[in-house]
Design a protein around this ligand. Structure first.
Ligand code: ZN
Ligand code: ZN
Length: 316
């Protein structure tokens, strides 16, 4: 996934004004300005990262003047996202390009005075727009038996839901109007599909934006949808964290001993058993007003099954 902002830029003229450097005859005189330009470029980039905050930078790679920076961004509902920003050689005259695990990317607004923090701001705004969509998708994952994808990402708007007897409904949730009647396809050979398709046609007008997605689906199909089977995590299998969806935490000094670690906490409710990074669970619990702290332990509820959970409030 990659999107480019404006292809032509008002500053493109500035590049041609730098041309005399490049056109200079060879020898020692030519290397110095090129080096100076390179140092200047690095300084500009470092200052712009500083403005965003080095703590948000997950990784930085690059060569030949092209840099790829990955920033960690948290949205309103504390979902963690990674935003990859590629700075072209002639940045900031040319706009950066971005990539992220989202169903669609924002169109970057870029001007002469734009900086990295503006990219982050625009991405944050974009995440705000997608909150309803992700809440709907979370609801679907919790209430319905999703067989595909087995590991949904934030970008995926297709879900294949099991209806039992080898029958499935393939849903495409509208990212702009997530709680509206989705596009769907029925898959399977069992006779009961015919009845469900008939119900869908007959009842589709009864879909209401005020009801939860899975309730709407059950109403329109006039059918009790099977519950998701309880998820159990095999000990030998590394589980993704239920909050950040990553297997391993990023490698980051700020995370101390937890840097790069796998999920180290499991919900004790056997029908949930969701895995978490204790760091993520702690951050999550701190945002919930009903969480209580006693000495250095936070007491709250599992974000998946609402059963009580307890996690240390510090690493020690
Ligand atoms: Zn996590
Ligand atoms: Zn749980």
């Amino acid at each position: 996934l990659s999107s480019h902002g404006a292809t032509r830029h008002p500053l493109s003229r500035r590049r041609s004004s730098l041309a005399p450097f490049a056109g200079r005859p060879g020898g020692s005189g030519a290397a110095a300005p090129a080096q100076t330009a390179r140092v200047l470029q690095l300084r500009v980039r470092a200052a712009q990262i500083e403005e965003v905050g080095w703590g948000q930078l997950v990784s930085a790679t690059g060569d030949d003047g092209v840099s790829c920076l990955t920033f960690r961004v948290m949205d309103e509902q504390r979902r963690h996202h990674l935003l990859e920003i590629t700075l072209p050689m002639n940045y900031p005259a040319c706009p950066p390009s971005i990539a992220a695990d989202v169903p669609y990317l924002p169109k970057l607004q870029w001007s002469e005075s734009s900086r990295l923090k503006d990219v982050l701001c625009q991405f944050q705004e974009h995440l705000k727009v997608l909150q309803d969509y992700w809440s709907t998708m979370d609801g679907i994952d919790k209430a319905l038996w999703v067989v595909d994808p087995t590991k949904p990402t934030y970008a995926m708007s297709h879900h294949r839901i099991a209806l039992g007897d080898d029958c499935y409904i393939l849903l495409h949730v509208d990212t702009h109007k997530p709680n509206s009647l989705p596009e769907c396809r029925f898959l399977g050979t069992d006779g009961k599909l015919e009845r469900l398709i008939k119900n869908w046609r007959k009842n589709r007008k009864r879909w209401s934006a005020d009801r939860k997605f899975h309730e709407n689906l059950a109403t329109v199909l006039d059918f009790a949808l099977p519950q998701p089977p309880s998820v159990s995590i095999k000990d030998d299998q590394q589980a993704d964290c239920g909050i950040c969806y990553a297997t391993h935490l990023p490698v980051d000094d700020e995370l101390g001993t937890q840097s790069g670690c796998a999920a180290d906490y499991k919900c004790e409710n056997p029908s949930c058993s969701r895995a978490f990074h204790s760091v993520c669970l702690r951050d999550w619990l701190r945002t919930i007003t009903t969480t209580r702290q006693s000495f250095d332990v936070l007491f709250g509820n599992c974000p998946y099954c609402s059963e009580p959970v307890a996690v240390k409030s510090t690493d020690s």
